[in-house]
Design a protein around this ligand. Structure first.
Ligand code: SAM
Length: 255
């Protein structure tokens, strides 16, 4: 009988000591310790060949900063793939502010394979020839610039790991969250029933599951329309909630 290998993230970085970092605690940390997933942080500098172990050089054509060398990074990627099962092709990602923005849909896809190889850039970025030659998919975690790809890689891995079977206490909690159906999540409440004079919306304590579901859907739609019209435009209209919803959820006390 063959057992399948756990989902695995291989990270290429100049700072392997940044891993597992926050992924070593809580849900992800427990799952890592129990073998639900694996993490391999590889030092790009180990593939440097000159006596100074240099990994970067000045940009061709001039300009500020330094660029990660193609020969060093390509050798690091090739070394990371030695001994990998070639029948299970892994996505090769490059964390990059120029990349396609990471979405929950892409995160779900990434959990369905063997797990990605992730390159963390530094300096001004990496030589384009290694992006093209090694088929790296550029992935951004938002329209801002970090000093390196490591924090972006940690965010991407965290988003994947929490969806792996057995990581979240209740598997269903991954299916009702923001973005899972193209909407932002509805507001959540818990005890105490009355907080600073504000009660939990009555409908949530009514015990009527159909009404609760309809209320949550309407709240999700209103919140998405108010905050993320870009997402809202992509949601298929579902009668009657979308048409019937008039208010934005400013007043959390409404029922
Ligand atoms: N010169 C690059 C540019 O303008 O696009 C920015 C380089 S940034 C200082 C260094 C590295 O941080 C990048 O190569 C990338 O790996 C990572 N990085 C920065 N911002 C990111 C973002 N929003 N998403 C993903 N990775 C990011």
């Amino acid at each position: 009988m063959t057992t399948s290998s756990p989902w695995r993230a291989t990270v290429l970085t100049l700072f392997p000591e940044m891993f597992p970092g926050p992924l070593g605690v809580s849900l992800a940390g427990r799952a890592l310790a129990s073998g639900v997933w694996e993490l391999e942080a590889r030092d790009i500098r180990a593939s440097a060949t000159d006596r100074h172990r240099s990994v970067d050089d000045t940009p061709a054509g001039g300009g500020p900063g330094m660029v990660l060398r193609a020969d060093v990074l390509a050798a690091a990627i090739d070394a990371a793939e030695i001994g990998q099962d070639s029948s299970k092709e892994r996505p090769r990602l490059l964390m990059s502010p120029r990349g396609r923005p990471l979405t929950q849909a892409r995160v779900v896809e990434l959990t369905q394979g063997p797990g990605p190889l992730i390159v963390c850039g530094r300096f001004e970025g990496i030589d384009q020839r290694v992006i093209d030659g090694r088929g790296l998919e550029e992935v951004s975690i938002g329209d801002y610039v970090l000093s390196g790809g490591e924090i972006a890689a940690l965010a991407l891995i965290d988003a994947c790991v929490r969806l792996l079977p057995g990581v979240m206490g209740k598997e269903a909690s991954g299916t009702e969250e923001s973005f899972s159906d193209g909407l932002l999540e509805y507001p959540q409440y818990t005890r105490p029933q009355l907080f600073e004079g504000v009660p939990i919306p009555e409908i949530l304590t009514s015990g009527d599951h159909a009404k609760v579901a309809a209320w949550r859907r309407a709240e999700s739609e209103a919140l998405t329309a108010a905050r993320r019209p870009d997402l809202s435009a992509q949601i298929p209209v579902k009668a009657p909630n979308r048409a019937g919803r008039q208010k934005t959820p400013k007043n959390k006390t409404d029922g």
